[in-house]
Design a protein around this ligand. Sequence first.
Ligand SMILES: Nc1ncnc2c1ncn2[C@@H]1O[C@H](COP(=O)(O)OP(=O)(O)O)[C@@H](O)[C@H]1O
Ligand SMILES: [Mg+2]
Length: 441
Amino acid sequence: MSIPVVTVGDSRDDLVGGLERLHGPVSVVRRCSELAELLAACQSGLARAAVVAAGGEELTASLVDRLSAVGVVVIALTDSPEETARLRTIGVAAESRAVEAAALAARISAAVAQLSGTGHRPGRAGSDDASSLAAPAVGQVPRSSGANPATAGTAAKGRIIAVWGPAGAPGRTLVAANIAGELAAEGQSVLLVDADSYGASVAALLGLLDEAAGLAQACRLADQGLLDADALLRIATTVATKAGTFHVLTGITRADRWTELRAAALTLVLERAREIADVTVVDTGFCLEADDELGFDSGAPRRNAATLRSLELADTVFAVGAADSIGVPRLVRGLAELRTAVPQAAPQVVMNKVRTSAVGRSPERQLRAAWERYGPSAPLTAFLPSDPAASDAALLSGALLLESAPESELRRSIAALVCAPAQRNKKSFVFSSTAERRAKG
Ligand SMILES: Nc1ncnc2c1ncn2[C@@H]1O[C@H](COP(=O)(O)OP(=O)(O)O)[C@@H](O)[C@H]1O
Ligand SMILES: [Mg+2]
């Protein structure tokens, strides 16, 4: 069966006409005058491939993501090496403007075969949805071997740790930021990403005077295929403690900016993060709801894309819950939602704010018993004590626990989550003032 193709833009010697005259593997079902028309045609299920002969500069990762969500591969014509590299980064196959119709048809067939090989189901739009991870938009089309700047070379691949937790401020941000600090103190290169699209607060916790929404900036560049390692490092704020330095992508400054954190762009940001950091720690939002079915075909951005995509891409997921009679049931329900939304997540449960006043004597034993009764399969990995004095002092000075309460049990328990034993036992770090940090930020 011939592959239905839509095109936009005129090309040399009427290349599109040449495709039609092949009467072979592809058939041009519509010539569009602009990308918006091409997108609409693809979303109506008309095509399996789109040839962008002009206006390829306007292609973004999000647009390509929407096209691949409806089973359409994108091939753009360009003679610029920079544009070719940019297009490949956002998942577009680039062809020379001098390509012959037969060669282009072969390229289209190969790209379509590759997309089918990923097991992607065409006709289901909205890949900001969690379930689309099996076929991420970027990286689906064939790339010439090793030429893709996103995957070229032997760039070491860092790990991603996502810190999630249900509604009710269980301590996601405190845990995420302190994990980042502890890993940095251990000598690892660390990037802390604030992906909470409801209540970003990493900047506030670290005492950063940051209005820049670094993650939104990084997503914007990634969407355009322009986020290289240097750009990511430029956007990230440097946080210096006397024990170590790490980078931060601060979160959106208002919750209504969530549309700036789209799944396709965030995927590219985290892919890049793996190249610049040994460990990327992502502070996520609480909400895991997928948008309603009505939204599916519109290709609209997804409210919880940042949280869901972070959890999908993470190598380790910590699920933080408040250890009291409100927090534990919330965590149990949240874990059930997590299992549905991101089945591959394998969360490790962290009970936070553990205290006898809320749970009774021997709180860890009580919590373990309760956990066994409720029966979620996720393992209880850690108990972090409630320590309002230490956490308030840290907040007040915009510091991490390793600076403001280095000897505290809370700090030690967080370090024990991620660090080698030697590091966990390290006694004190000299406090580095907030003023100094701001100067570096
Ligand atoms: N172990 C703890 N002991 C005492 N207070 C804590 C602890 N963990 C977090 N907190 C406090 O709880 C509040 C919410 O923490 P935060 O990390 O912002 O939660 P979330 O990111 O889940 O909304 C903050 O005031 C924080 O200092
Ligand atoms: Mg938070």
